[in-house]
Design a protein. Structure first.
Length: 176
């Protein structure tokens, strides 16, 4: 499975592509950040993020896009920018018919480090180890994007089994 992880943000939108299956060594295919100037008009920033994500989709052809689920933060302007960048990533994937998976920060941290309260340094260290990299990806947004992709690859089999069970239960309810 090839997954594009997106750590949404208006100034720095982390992107990373990981390929592999649960239980096997994973491979990083690319990592980076789509940047926009903080003083640019919001619409122009969103277009720049869209163009950046489209380039990553063209280059890597992922099967799934994993995006960090926006959660409530104390700073409303920060959460709004994160939500807007997240929506752009989901739109780009949907336009191409690529499934989107949303994962909370604590789900990602728990999947990658074993603790839902891990800090950025712990996440970066584990991403480095899991992908057999020489150094943690910089900035942290890039490492977080890879962590999102890893989380999705590891969680997808269980999620798929759960969806199949729900669908089977629903179909049995209709036939009675």
């Amino acid at each position: 499975m090839r997954v594009l992880g997106v750590d949404p943000g208006l100034t720095r939108c982390g992107v990373g592509v990981v390929e592999g299956v649960a239980g096997r060594p994973l491979a990083m295919l690319g990592v980076g950040v789509v940047r926009t100037p903080a003083d640019a008009e919001l619409g122009h920033r969103l277009v720049a993020i869209e163009q950046g994500i489209e380039e990553w989709l063209d280059l890597h052809r992922p099967e799934v896009v994993a995006v960090e689920r926006v959660f409530s933060q104390h700073n409303v302007s920060t959460v709004m920018g994160t939500a807007q960048a997240s929506a752009v990533a989901m739109l780009c994937a949907a336009r191409r018919g690529i499934p989107v998976a949303l994962h909370t920060p604590s789900e990602v941290k728990a999947a990658v480090t074993g603790s839902g309260r891990a800090d950025k340094a712990q996440v970066g260290a584990m991403v480095t180890r899991l992908l057999r990299l020489d150094a943690p990806p910089k900035p942290a947004d890039a490492a977080d994007a890879l962590a999102l992709a890893i989380c999705h690859i590891w969680r997808a089999p269980a999620h798929n089994r759960l969806q199949q069970a729900v669908a089977l239960h629903a179909s049995k309810g209709r036939t009675r």
